[in-house]
Ligand binder design. Structure first.
Ligand SMILES: Cc1cc2nc3c(=O)[nH]c(=O)nc-3n(C[C@H](O)[C@H](O)[C@H](O)COP(=O)(O)OP(=O)(O)OC[C@H]3O[C@@H](n4cnc5c(N)ncnc54)[C@H](O)[C@@H]3O)c2cc1C
Length: 434
């Protein structure tokens, strides 16, 4: 395969690369996909919630044979201090629908399944093959890739960079700079195994139902970040992540943070009797809209995490990866049909297509959030403590009348942050949220 010429080369076999390769092959294009891992998914880490809509647009009947863990019927959002959490839960039997909207998955299994579909569609996949460089012609147009397989090269009309957050190929080729430490989170994750009936009893679930918990607060030791706990069929995925720039300034290690999270009084009982069998660490691009690099050039397109396509507010990444992969592929297919060359001018159609989807609309909506969270650490320490103290004051029945309790709560907020501080935070949040 190395040395041949293809319609397209896809670098990476994560959700973005698989989506792109699948869509192009289904439309009859000759596609080579290169993956540095031993098998697709072997290097990949995710929570993991799969957002069904993005996959359904690529493989409508995916639920028939995809390795899905549980469909999510309940979402818990927790604000935590050291001993408590204030939670908002939403659970609905409506999520027990014929075609569920969100599933938990295990990425190693899911990526292998997706890759089987990709190969069945006609894509040539080479694993244990790292792309080391892009090849260019005399005019600077990208014409193919160099790999570590004996320095072997392969050629194509277009190269789709689906290489994930590190994006080494694109960076080495000068297509984008290094991600700034305040635009990338480092997350650590463990898999804890438990019998299915214990999980279902503990989380009040039946059959394939699942619960996901998203958490923030003092669990990140003053750093910008979040934690999560998701139910799988016979395991729980638990993880926590913070900005790399914050870890650099903190004595806390990622592993120390995860240990403390697991030992939190609200989390520890959920993990009781479980056996931890897997540990992984991975980066997440969290710079949002303002961190998106140039997405197309002569002979190349960027998709997925390599293009910083993650909505950190809603913890969505794989759906943006699959959607950007699909749109890049549809762009390439359309220009092939027209007989156009894969120039930056023609590939810019990908950017126009992106603008019409939730991907750009959502990232643009939250463009102020990354800098707001980075610059307002009281969100992760002071406020969770204040919310917890307020809930405790309100709920503890101790002979104090309710009006006095209200005054105490208001006074604690004023003392903790001052009135101008509270108003200022609300205004800043509202501006960032627009
Ligand atoms: C802890 C954690 C929890 C997350 N939770 C969720 C969640 O619950 N839901 C969600 O939607 N998203 C979640 N995300 C984000 C999600 O995982 C990513 O957005 C998604 O995986 C991006 O897909 P991708 O294909 O762009 O990149 P990746 O999945 O990273 O795939 C890139 C692939 O390219 C390969 N590669 C890299 N360089 C080369 C090279 N030079 N040559 C050949 N191959 C190469 C890699 O081995 C890899 O297989 C989470 C991420 C983390 C880290």
């Amino acid at each position: 395969m190395i040395g041949q010429t293809f319609d397209a080369i896809v670098v990476g076999a994560g959700p973005s690369g698989n989506a792109a390769a699948y869509v192009m092959a289904k439309e009859g294009l000759k596609v080579l996909q290169l993956e540095r891992g031993e098998y697709p998914g072997s290097k990949n880490v995710q929570g993991a919630i799969l957002y069904a809509d993005a996959l359904r647009q690529i493989i409508p009947d995916f639920h028939e044979d995809a390795p899905l863990e549980r469909h999510v019927i309940e979402q818990r959002l927790w604000t935590m201090d050291d001993r408590s959490h204030v939670g908002m839960h939403y659970r609905s039997d409506d999520f027990n629908e014929e075609r569920p909207n969100r599933y938990t998955i295990i990425r190693a299994e899911f990526d292998k399944w997706f890759s089987r579909k990709v190969r069945a569609a006609g894509v040539t996949l080479l694993c244990e093959t790292t792309v080391t460089d892009l090849l260019r012609d005399a005019d600077g147009r990208v014409t193919g890739v160099r790999t570590d397989r004996g320095g072997g090269t392969a050629f194509a009309d277009v190269v789709i960079l689906a290489e994930g957050v590190n994006g080494l190929v694109g960076r080495r080729a000068g297509l984008r700079g290094d991600p700034a430490p305040e635009q990338v989170a480092l997350a650590v994750k463990e898999m804890h195994f438990l019998p299915r009936d214990i999980i279902e009893n503990r989380f009040n679930l039946r059959g394939g139902e699942g619960v996901v918990i998203e958490a923030m607060g003092t669990i990140t030791a003053g750093m910008t970040g979040t934690g999560f706990l998701y139910t799988n069929q016979e395991s729980l995925s638990i993880g926590i992540g913070c900005l790399v720039s914050d870890f650099a300034d903190s004595p806390m290690t990622p592993y120390g943070l995860l240990e403390a999270f697991k030992n939190h009084p609200s989390i520890r009982p959920l993990l009781a009797q479980s056996e931890c069998k897997e540990y992984a660490a991975h980066l997440i691009p969290e710079g949002g809209y303002r961190a998106i690099p140039e997405l197309v050039g002569d002979g190349w397109i960027v998709v997925g995490d390599a293009g910083q396509f993650v909505n950190a507010v809603h913890r969505e990444g794989s759906n943006l990866a699959m959607t950007t992969g699909r749109l890049a592929a549809e762009t390439v297919v359309a220009l092939k049909r027209r007989g156009d060359k894969a120039t930056a001018f023609h590939l810019a159609d990908y950017k126009r297509r992106l603008e019409e989807t939730f991907v750009m609309k959502d990232l643009r909506k939250y463009k102020g959030i990354p800098s707001f969270l980075h610059g307002n650490k009281q969100i992760f320490g002071l406020y969770p403590r204040l919310f917890s103290a307020a809930a405790q004051t309100w709920l503890r029945v101790d002979g104090t009348d309710k009006r006095t309790k209200e005054k105490e709560i208001l006074a604690s907020f004023r003392k903790g942050r001052t009135l101008p501080g509270l108003i200022g935070d609300a205004v800043k949040l509202a501006r960032a949220w627009r």
